[in-house]
Design a protein around this ligand. Structure first.
Ligand SMILES: Cc1cc2nc3c(=O)[nH]c(=O)nc-3n(C[C@H](O)[C@H](O)[C@H](O)COP(=O)(O)OP(=O)(O)OC[C@H]3O[C@@H](n4cnc5c(N)ncnc54)[C@H](O)[C@@H]3O)c2cc1C
Length: 427
């Protein structure tokens, strides 16, 4: 992995300047060693540093190299499975706790941006767009459900109203969440990394953890050094590989692809998304899009189970974009890239501890921008001995994928095909 660069994304091309972050050479000692400098690792580091811990992060590539620096930039509240499903799985008490946390991640992002003056083009307002009456019914019940947990910034939209915020004729209605919104995701990660360093945290880039020595005094081994720590946080998510085999068995890396148009100009951009909200549709394999600060359209969608990199991303995603916005048929695509997120069978995050001192959080299955920020807070609380909220996540059950490591990819693809067929047929 030596000198792994960012993918050629719009985000890398418009990233804020960063200082050099040399690889770890030799042996260091710290309170907490975090593996991975995505949002999970950075958010954990910030909360820990703010509470007096010494923190070192080892990052295999660069800050935000993984999903955190490549995603759609959509601040979406709650989890990839909703609270009613959680309630049926784990009962009302645990669901109550998780429900109350479901909107905290978005608040944490906004606090971080304000407190550390992070330049990441933060905008308020996210739209869930319904293509069928079944999806609209789901949004109506989701609104009632979220309101039970005090989330009141929601507006249901009929066909006429959604057309005022998105110039797409396919939607029959939707829901606007003003506590959702969007960001330049890589610049958010870079700003958080700078905040970590401003508090004395150290980030070693180009420094993969290659082995964890477990025990009372755990050690993270890297190619040219080691970190001795009281605690380890594993935050490598879909890029972790098999470093912690017991985690790999119950999760599966998946790819999703994103394209970015050339700048559209103020007028065309305003006709597409007049209020500059971000949008995701309600399909199982969903499309998501938004404008950038320089008025390009960023459009993502689809899933590649098993995270193989598709040869021609534009050929996969451009037709989806043109289906939503045929008016863009002559617009050029400037950037196309892929990124991996980590899927669990339940689509709920995989959180826990191994022994007394190795903690992990991963697998938020698609919607992770807000959850990962919350995860950092919850992990830091647990390390400080306040584990009630951590335990609520750690108690979520997880199962291996049907078919095991060999057949989980085709089995999941068949499952997804079935659900997307249901979306297309509207049942
Ligand atoms: C294309 C795409 C679009 C998405 N869009 C959205 C969206 O719009 N909204 C939303 O809510 N969610 C979205 N997601 C999901 C969201 O981005 C992720 O859930 C979230 O960023 C995960 O953060 P993380 O820190 O857990 O993992 P990552 O950001 O993947 O970070 C993991 C880091 O760990 C490092 N690492 C791995 N192994 C090691 C090792 N052995 N040693 C050292 N370092 C290691 C990696 O290099 C990486 O930098 C999207 C994901 C993708 C891929």
């Amino acid at each position: 992995m030596a000198n792994t660069p960012y993918p050629q994304s719009y985000y890398a091309a418009s990233a804020n300047p960063v200082p050099p972050r040399p690889a770890l050479q030799g042996e260091v000692e710290t309170d907490v060693c975090i593996i991975g400098a995505g949002y999970t690792g950075l958010s954990s580091a910030l909360f820990l540093l703010e509470n007096g811990f010494k923190v070192s992060i080892v990052e295999a590539a660069k800050v935000g190299f993984g999903a955190s620096g490549r995603n759609g930039g959509q601040i979406v509240n709650s989890y990839s499975r909703d609270i009613d499903v959680i309630e049926r799985t784990v009962g009302p008490k645990q669901a109550q706790l998780l429900g109350h946390m479901a909107f905290e991640g978005g608040r944490i992002i906004r606090e971080r941006v304000a407190k550390y003056n992070i330049q990441c083009d933060l905008k308020d307002g996210g739209v869930f767009a319904a293509l069928t009456s079944k999806q609209m019914g789901h949004l109506e019940s989701q609104k009632r459900l979220w309101e039970r947990f005090g989330h009141n910034q929601l507006e249901l939209m009929d066909q006429k109203r959604i057309r005022e915020v998105v110039a797409c004729d396919s939607y029959i209605g939707g829901m606007l969440d003003m506590s959702g919104g969007h960001i330049h995701p890589l610049n958010l990660a870079l700003g958080e990394a700078a905040a970590v360093e401003s508090l004395g945290g150290i980030i070693y880039e180009q420094t993969p953890a290659v082995r964890i020595e477990r025990g009372a005094n755990p050690v993270v081994h890297t190619p040219q050094g080691k970190v001795r720590a009281k605690f380890i946080i594993v935050a490598g998510n879909a890029y972790l590989g098999n470093l912690v085999p017991e985690l790999a068995a119950k999760s599966m890396p998946c790819g999703t692809q994103v394209i970015t148009t050339e700048p559209l100009g103020d007028e065309l951009a305003r006709t597409l998304l007049p209020q500059d909200y971000c949008v995701e549709d309600c399909n199982y394999l969903l499309d998501y899009y938004r404008l950038t600060s320089d008025k390009r359209l960023i459009f993502g969608g689809g899933v590649v189970y098993g995270a193989r990199d598709p040869a021609n991303i534009e050929a996969i995603i451009r037709p989806k974009m043109l289906k939503a916005f045929p008016q863009l048929k002559n617009v050029k695509i400037d950037y196309a890239w892929t990124g991996n997120f980590l899927l669990t069978l339940s689509r709920l995050p995989q959180v826990g501890r191994i022994g007394d001192n190795i903690y992990y959080s991963q697998g938020c299955s698609g919607h992770g921008v807000t959850y990962t920020h919350l995860a950092g807070k919850v992990l830091a609380e647990a390390l400080r001995g306040q584990a009630e909220r951590f335990d609520a996540f750690a108690g979520l059950p997880h199962y291996p994928f049907p078919g095991g490591q060999m057949l989980r990819v085709p089995f999941s693809a068949i499952g997804a095909w079935y659900y997307s067929l249901r979306d297309r047929l509207g049942f």
